[in-house]
Design a protein around this ligand. Sequence first.
Ligand SMILES: [Zn+2]
Length: 261
Amino acid sequence: MKRLPSILLGLLIFGCTETSETEVIYLTDKQNDTCNTCAFSLVDYYSINSLDTLPSTYTGTPANGSLNHAKILPPKGKNFFYFDSTSYLKDRAFTHSDIRDIVLNTYANLDVIYPGRIFSIMEASNKKGGKMDPHRTHQNGMSVDFMFPKLKNGVPYHHLDTLGFLHYLLDFDENGRYTKDTTISIDFETSTHHIYLLALEAEKLNYAIEKVLIYTEYKDELFRTTYGKKLKQKGIYFAQYLTPKINNLHDDHYHIDFKAK
Ligand SMILES: [Zn+2]
């Protein structure tokens, strides 16, 4: 994110649990809200929210839709974790059952290709879909935000990955370098490979990537990579123009909308 725009107005750091630094809550909730679900561990929360095994259904579009029988993403797996515990406990890690499978199958592939590398899922959808501030989309279980994997001096680097919701506020320059420490940068090779694998796994379940939102100034870096070229050949659509506000929000993560074929 280039500046601290209005998204910051929607955030308030609070101490939901004993670890407070990365805990965030939306001001759209009651400011004095206490976290009634904090007694649960994320794994417990995952378990009690995984009882509905019916296939998910959705209505509408990512920008105006709803979701039924949504599935919560696991809080962690062998090579991935959900980025923010408060977001998780506020039911913002739900998605369509098929999209969950695409996401998890892709992580299984990544684990073989990049052993030891850890990836992070950012926000998905609400349990019932619908509006999820401050996102404009994410309404029907077809949208997922993925944290950019990063490098420091060319070596995989994960220390910024545990900031929780504050990760959305990190600021990278037009070449993907972290502005507070330019030895840290976006790993475009791994990111584009991840997107390519998501596209392949989506095809297996009769889905496709409808759209990728990434900070548009990254275009040269993206399509210079091995898998960026393949994504281009495959015709994966990257949004060409975003409003400055939306564009600035997408320098730390890639947003993907899926669609049923
Ligand atoms: Zn998004």
